[in-house]
Design a protein. Sequence first.
Length: 235
Amino acid sequence: MSPSLASAAAGPSFLDPEWLISTFGLIGILAIVFAESGLLIGFFLPGDSLLFTAGLLVADGHYLHQPLWLLCLLVAVAAIAGDQVGYLFGKRVGPSLFRRPNSRLFKQENVHRANDFFDRHGARSVVLARFVPIVRTFTPIIAGVSRMHYRTFLRYNIIGGALWGVGVTVLGYFLGQIAFVKANIEIILIGIVVVSVLPIGIQLLRSRRTTAATSAAATNRGASAQPQTPAPRNE
């Protein structure tokens, strides 16, 4: 599948897993997994679709020539290391993260969404968040902010990193050996890209609606606070 085909279907080429793999290879996969697992700037990266596509391409013999076991091991290590960095960052930054102003690459809404997820699921959120785009980037940071016990975090981090990194990659590998998948791999890869960026698109739409609603509410409050000029009375 050509990069332009996936890009036309799902946005810029840097979100196309096959283009990323064909351009940067194994090092690119590990760097993206690491960044998406715990760096604030990594929330938009296509982690799920990247690992699934990597498994497909290993099965098909394209671009990746490492054995499946080695790919899974390195991906799991990169995912665990990324969460470790996120945890340490959150522990160092602390509550100031919740006071950080919004920017193009940082939205308070993402932090609060991960915080709510963490509050609902507790320590298990470190594992569960692995399978939720955007949330998986911020959850280890929230765990650090919350001063979660380090050994508890490490245990769940290893479990989550292994389940996600190995599970999604192996799923792509075995599906890649099915005749129907091989015959329609272009359509399937495009579908994976679309699904992977869909949560980001929904999140952006929600953010825009929230911003618009906040602005409208502020405008209404400002209008109601203005003094009203009394109407002239007829004598």
